[in-house]
Write a protein that binds this ligand. Structure first.
Ligand code: AMP
Length: 110
Protein backbone atom coordinates (compact mmCIF):
# COMPACT_ATOMS: atom_id res chain seq x y z
CA UNK A 1 0.00 0.00 0.00
CA UNK A 2 1.69 3.24 -1.04
CA UNK A 3 -1.07 5.73 -0.22
CA UNK A 4 -0.04 7.74 2.84
CA UNK A 5 -3.59 8.23 4.11
CA UNK A 6 -4.51 4.56 3.56
CA UNK A 7 -1.50 3.72 5.71
CA UNK A 8 -2.72 6.10 8.42
CA UNK A 9 -6.15 4.42 8.29
CA UNK A 10 -4.46 1.02 8.60
CA UNK A 11 -2.53 2.25 11.65
CA UNK A 12 0.83 1.78 9.95
CA UNK A 13 1.62 5.48 10.33
CA UNK A 14 0.66 7.28 13.55
CA UNK A 15 -1.75 10.21 13.53
CA UNK A 16 -3.31 12.56 16.03
CA UNK A 17 -6.88 11.29 15.72
CA UNK A 18 -9.76 13.59 16.64
CA UNK A 19 -12.74 11.70 15.17
CA UNK A 20 -13.59 8.30 13.74
CA UNK A 21 -16.72 6.51 12.59
CA UNK A 22 -17.49 3.62 10.23
CA UNK A 23 -16.67 5.64 7.13
CA UNK A 24 -14.48 8.54 8.16
CA UNK A 25 -11.24 9.25 10.00
CA UNK A 26 -10.05 12.71 11.05
CA UNK A 27 -6.67 13.70 12.45
CA UNK A 28 -4.58 16.84 12.97
CA UNK A 29 -2.53 18.08 10.03
CA UNK A 30 1.19 17.55 10.59
CA UNK A 31 1.90 21.08 9.23
CA UNK A 32 -0.96 23.19 10.59
CA UNK A 33 -1.92 26.35 8.67
CA UNK A 34 -4.25 27.61 11.42
CA UNK A 35 -4.61 27.10 15.19
CA UNK A 36 -7.01 24.26 14.32
CA UNK A 37 -6.16 22.31 11.16
CA UNK A 38 -7.74 18.89 10.82
CA UNK A 39 -7.85 16.51 7.85
CA UNK A 40 -11.05 14.53 7.33
CA UNK A 41 -10.71 11.52 5.06
CA UNK A 42 -12.91 8.66 3.84
CA UNK A 43 -11.76 5.19 4.92
CA UNK A 44 -12.42 4.02 1.37
CA UNK A 45 -9.80 5.28 -1.05
CA UNK A 46 -10.77 7.86 -3.66
CA UNK A 47 -8.02 9.73 -5.46
CA UNK A 48 -9.91 13.01 -5.27
CA UNK A 49 -13.37 14.55 -5.13
CA UNK A 50 -13.63 13.77 -8.85
CA UNK A 51 -14.06 10.03 -8.31
CA UNK A 52 -15.96 10.10 -4.99
CA UNK A 53 -19.71 9.45 -4.82
CA UNK A 54 -22.05 11.99 -3.19
CA UNK A 55 -22.51 9.79 -0.09
CA UNK A 56 -18.77 9.96 0.59
CA UNK A 57 -18.75 13.75 0.28
CA UNK A 58 -21.78 13.98 2.55
CA UNK A 59 -20.15 11.86 5.23
CA UNK A 60 -17.05 14.05 5.17
CA UNK A 61 -19.00 17.28 5.52
CA UNK A 62 -21.24 15.85 8.26
CA UNK A 63 -18.12 14.76 10.15
CA UNK A 64 -16.65 18.23 9.58
CA UNK A 65 -19.65 19.85 11.26
CA UNK A 66 -19.40 17.52 14.25
CA UNK A 67 -15.67 18.14 14.59
CA UNK A 68 -16.12 21.91 14.23
CA UNK A 69 -18.57 21.78 17.12
CA UNK A 70 -16.22 19.60 19.19
CA UNK A 71 -13.37 22.04 18.52
CA UNK A 72 -15.47 25.06 19.49
CA UNK A 73 -15.37 26.61 16.02
CA UNK A 74 -19.04 27.07 15.15
CA UNK A 75 -19.50 30.44 16.83
CA UNK A 76 -16.70 32.29 15.04
CA UNK A 77 -16.67 30.17 11.91
CA UNK A 78 -14.23 27.95 10.05
CA UNK A 79 -13.20 26.96 6.54
CA UNK A 80 -13.49 23.65 4.68
CA UNK A 81 -11.13 23.11 1.73
CA UNK A 82 -10.84 20.26 -0.77
CA UNK A 83 -7.71 20.76 -2.86
CA UNK A 84 -8.07 18.90 -6.15
CA UNK A 85 -5.37 18.12 -8.70
CA UNK A 86 -2.09 19.85 -9.34
CA UNK A 87 -3.32 23.42 -9.79
CA UNK A 88 -5.69 22.92 -6.87
CA UNK A 89 -2.69 22.20 -4.66
CA UNK A 90 -3.50 18.56 -3.87
CA UNK A 91 -0.32 16.84 -2.68
CA UNK A 92 -1.85 13.63 -1.25
CA UNK A 93 -3.92 11.68 -3.77
CA UNK A 94 -6.47 10.42 -1.25
CA UNK A 95 -9.58 12.61 -0.96
CA UNK A 96 -9.45 14.81 2.13
CA UNK A 97 -11.22 17.83 3.54
CA UNK A 98 -9.16 20.42 5.39
CA UNK A 99 -10.96 21.92 8.39
CA UNK A 100 -9.28 25.20 9.31
CA UNK A 101 -10.24 27.49 12.16
CA UNK A 102 -9.12 29.58 15.08
CA UNK A 103 -8.11 32.64 13.06
CA UNK A 104 -9.56 34.96 10.42
CA UNK A 105 -9.21 33.53 6.92
CA UNK A 106 -8.12 35.52 3.86
CA UNK A 107 -10.00 35.63 0.56
CA UNK A 108 -9.04 34.97 -2.15
CA UNK A 109 -6.69 32.19 -1.01
CA UNK A 110 -3.17 32.21 -2.39
P1 AMP B 1 -3.13 18.64 0.24
O1 AMP B 1 -1.91 19.48 -0.03
O2 AMP B 1 -4.44 19.33 0.09
O3 AMP B 1 -3.05 17.32 -0.53
O4 AMP B 1 -3.06 18.27 1.78
C1 AMP B 1 -2.26 17.26 2.30
C2 AMP B 1 -2.04 17.58 3.74
O5 AMP B 1 -1.54 16.42 4.38
C3 AMP B 1 -1.01 18.68 3.99
O6 AMP B 1 -1.64 19.76 4.67
C4 AMP B 1 0.06 18.00 4.84
O7 AMP B 1 0.58 18.85 5.84
C5 AMP B 1 -0.71 16.84 5.44
N1 AMP B 1 0.07 15.69 5.85
C6 AMP B 1 1.05 15.06 5.15
N2 AMP B 1 1.50 14.00 5.83
C7 AMP B 1 0.81 13.97 6.99
C8 AMP B 1 0.82 13.10 8.13
N3 AMP B 1 1.64 12.05 8.23
N4 AMP B 1 -0.03 13.37 9.16
C9 AMP B 1 -0.86 14.43 9.09
N5 AMP B 1 -0.93 15.26 8.03
C10 AMP B 1 -0.10 15.04 7.01
Amino acid sequence: MNCLFCRIIAGEIPSSKVYEDEYVLAFRDIDPQAPTHILIIPKEHYDSVLDAPPEAIGRLTEAAKTIAENEGLTENGFRLVINTGDEGGQSVKHLHVHLLGGRSMQWPPG
